[in-house]
Structures are given as structure tokens and as C-alpha cells.
Design a protein around this ligand. Structure first.
Ligand code: GLU
Length: 439
């Protein structure tokens, strides 16, 4: 039988990376086996669901590529189903009304835990067991008429034919109770996989204090969805060898619940950024250019030539880990009014042979062949003539055309800045050096 799994978030207004990891493991499990992935919004706590909070979930999952086959279903639309199941349990004497446990006036419906122990075999944690004396009666319908989480969850999982419940470790206690409900409602229980918690660097549960936890924060910072999926897949699972960089199809192919770890996973921001840089490098230039275009426009910078922009993206692709790093690393390609790095200006332009280098490069750049190769030959020859190392000619040029001491390769930088603008910028630097102004 093909598996049917679900992701069942509450609409809290935020999609937490822990929630995404749960969604992802469900999704990978379903896709690996050709099963069905269902989205269910657990909104019984609320009078009605808030549209925006649902949009955060559906928008986030869609952006990540975690598409669902059925749903989204809303528990708030399904009250009738819970009421019927509750009536059935009450009629069979398996639940009773009590004013105890009711938050308001009226009576709650309380489930009789009975006197049998509960055991199950977890796909991650192995054999789990709870003696009968540790299981006490619990509320399934509140006095307000709304079902509790445990009850709605079981009624829905039964109704939706869920075969595997994959969720966080923090639900283990709920699982024992839910198994009692399956028994009472006369149904087989699904298989369970409880995923290890996500910890911060100091071994506590990952929280807002540790940095970004909402998927939108990562989107904003310039993480790619493929990288988020890759990183979260590794947060609790490994393919069994040292492979870390994996594309989504590779993850689908290799994912295996048997290799999910039992111990908590540590969220490592640096590794995440590193993995993102790998995915940035793996993204075709045209696609990356389409993602970066809006970020460039947002800063008021203008792309005048698409081919030029693609070339720039191709060069910077190797150098950025987050998309948000692109604009700050590239402003001088767009605008002439950059400031000089003060130390660099003093060291490479004010000091000899800085100005002399720039004067000669200006002369020769106007005449010679303006290609990477042509410029390379010209700068090498100049270094020889002046009897200095290559760096002594490259650095003045670099600082003059970019304001910075570190840029992409000097030849590609010049090609991207262009002949006229490069000459213009070098003249300006010589002038600034004459007046001693580096700002
Ligand atoms: N609404 C629950 C949560 O967000 C669902 C848990 C489950 O998967 O059963 O934690």
C-alpha cells in the first residue's frame, strides 16, 4: 500500500524551521515511495482561521517546493466529524461528561483511559511503552464544543487514511493517548516516526534568540529553497555516506526513514550558509539573474544590459553565499560615485608607483585590445617595464575602478566595468591622489 502522510501545522502566523523539517520528512517519505502528502491546518483552537496565518504556511511550503496532493483541509470545517466520533465514544461508555476539565460553564467530554498498557514500535526511536497506570483520563471535547488536539488529530488521521504519522519528538506523549483513541474508535493505528528535536549550538531547543527561525527570514536573507531543503534534510538524517550537497531529486531518491537519527540535531548556521553557497553556484546564471534582478532594482540600481548583467552574475556567483550579498558586493559595477577604501587608496595609489601605473594604463587601455587577454598582456608588460611585481600594477587599477582592495579577478572586473568607465575612473583616482582626497 502506498503511504499517506500529512503535515498538520497550527496557523500560528509563522512557519518555523522545525515545522518545515517535519513537513519535509513527510514530503520526502511520500515522494520516495510514490505516496500521498496531505496538508491539514489544525485550527480548532481558534474561532476561525486567520487567512494570513494560513497563507504563511501555504506560501512557505510552495516556495520551498513541498507541494501537497490533498488539502489544505481545515479542522474548523470538520466539527461535525468530531462530534459524531465523540457521540460514538460516549454512547459506548468510553467517554463521560464532566464539569472537571471544562474551562467554561458546561461539561467537557472526558475519555476513559482504561487499564491497558500502550506500546508501539517507532520507526526512529524503536520500542516505546507506557504502563496503564501512567495513562489517565483526558478531555476530548471541550465545553465550548471544540475538540482537543489529540482527538481531532486521531479522527482526522483515521478519516484521511493516514498510514504514517511523522512528527516531532515532542509529540511522543500525545502518541500514547492517541493510540488509546484508535483502539476505542475501532481502528488500527498508523506507523509512527518521531523526529529528533532541533537544538542550538549550546544544546537547547532552537528559539528566536538563536537567530532566524522563520522560513521567511531565510527567504529574506537570500537563502535558496533548494538549500533550505538540503540543509533541513540533513538535520536529523544522513544518506549513509559523507554526501552533504544534494539536489531535491537526489534527496527524494535517497531519503530513508531508517537513517533518521535518534539524538537531537544541532542547527549550524555556518554550515547552512556554506550549503547555500553551493546551491547558488549550482543555479544556472539565467535563473540566478532572474532572482537577483528584483534585489538590484530594490536598491535603485539599474540593469541596462541583460547580457552584461548575466556576466556579472556569473562572476559573483562563485563569491557569494547568500543572495543578499550580491548587491553590496556589486554596487561599483552599477555606479561611479563609490568611495575609496581609505587604506587601500593610500597604500596603492598615493604611494609609488600607483599614479604612474594609472597614467600609463589609461594611455594604453584606450589604444589596445580590450579583452581579458589583451588587458592581461598589457598589465604584465607594464609590470616588467616598471620592474615591479604584478600586484603593484593590479592593485592601483583595482582600487581605482572599484574603490576596493578585493574584487573579482582584475581582468574580468575591467571587462565588466567597461573600457570607457575604467579609464574615467582611473583618471579620477589620479586626480584625487593629486589633491590628496580619497573620499
Ligand atoms: N498541530 C500539531 C503541531 O503543530 C500537529 C502535530 C501532529 O503532527 O500530529 O504540532
Amino acid at each position: 500500500m502506498k503511504p499517506r502522510v500529512r503535515f498538520a501545522p497550527s496557523p500560528t502566523g509563522m512557519l518555523h524551521v522545525g515545522g518545515v523539517r517535519t513537513a519535509l520528512y513527510n514530503w520526502l517519505f511520500a515522494r520516495h515511495q510514490g505516496g500521498t502528502f496531505i496538508l491539514r491546518i489544525e485550527d480548532t483552537d481558534r474561532e476561525r482561521h486567520v487567512e494570513d496565518a494560513v497563507e504563511v504556511i501555504t506560501g512557505g511550503l510552495s516556495w520551498l517546493g513541498l507541494n501537497w496532493d490533498e488539502g489544505p483541509f481545515f479542522q474548523s470545517d470538520r466539527s461535525e466529524l468530531y462530534r459524531q466520533a465523540a457521540d460514538k465514544l460516549e454512547a459506548a461508555g468510553l467517554a463521560y461528561r464532566s464539569a472537571k476539565g471544562a474551562e467554561e460553564k458546561g461539561e467537557a467530554l472526558v475519555f476513559r483511559a482504561g487499564a491497558a498498557e500502550v506500546a508501539f514500535s517507532d520507526m526512529v526511536k524503536g520500542e516505546m511503552r507506557k504502563p496503564a497506570e501512567d495513562l489517565v483520563d483526558f478531555v476530548i471535547m471541550r465545553s465550548s464544543g471544540y475538540p482537543t488536539y489529540n482527538f481531532a488529530c486521531v479522527v482526522d488521521d483515521m478519516d484521511m487514511g493516514i498510514t504514517h504519522v511523522i512528527r516531532g519528538d515532542d509529540h511522543v506523549e500525545n502518541t500514547f493517548r492517541q493510540i488509546l483513541l484508535y483502539r476505542a474508535l475501532g481502528s488500527d493505528m498508523p506507523s509512527y516516526a518521531h523526529l529528533p528535536m532541533i537544538h542550538n549550538e549550546s544544546g537547547q531547543k532552537l528559539s528566536k534568540r538563536d537567530g532566524a527561525v522563520a522560513v521567511t527570514d531565510y527567504q529574506e536573507q537570500g537563502y535558496l529553497p533548494e538549500a533550505i531543503v538540503n540543509y533541513l534534510a540533513l538535520l536529523g538524517w544522513s544518506p549513509g555516506d559523507d554526501t552533504e550537497f544534494m539536489t531535491v531529486p537526489e534527496l527524494v531518491e535517497r531519503f530513508d526513514m531508517g537513517r533518521v537519527r535518534r539524538s537531537p540535531s544541532r542547527f549550524d548556521f555556518r554550515k547552512f550558509a556554506w550549503l547555500n553557497s553551493r546551491h547558488v553556484q549550482n543555479t544556472p546564471v539565467e535563473k540566478l539573474a532572474a532572482l537577483l534582478g528584483p534585489l538590484v532594482a530594490r536598491e535603485g540600481l539599474e540593469v541596462k544590459d541583460e547580457k552584461w548583467f548575466a556576466a556579472l552574475v556569473g562572476v559573483q556567483r562563485e563569491r557569494i553565499s547568500l543572495l543578499s550579498e550580491f548587491v553590496p558586493a556589486s554596487t561599483y559595477f552599477f555606479r561611479d560615485d563609490f568611495e575609496y577604501d581609505e587604506k587601500g587608496f593610500r597604500k596603492f595609489i598615493m604611494k609609488d608607483p600607483g599614479r604612474e601605473v594609472l597614467r600609463r594604463v589609461v594611455e594604453r587601455l584606450g589604444a589596445g585590445e580590450f579583452t581579458e587577454h589583451g588587458v592581461e598582456e598589457m598589465l604584465k608588460q607594464l609590470a616588467e617595464e616598471l620592474g615591479v611585481g604584478f600586484g603593484k600594477v593590479a592593485q592601483p587599477v583595482r582600487v581605482a575602478v572599484s574603490g576596493r582592495t578585493a574584487t573579482p579577478g582584475i581582468f574580468e572586473t575591467l571587462m565588466l566595468v567597461g573600457r570607457e568607465r575604467s579609464i574615467e575612473r582611473m583618471r579620477r583616482a589620479v586626480e584625487a591622489a593629486g589633491t590628496g582626497a580619497s573620499g
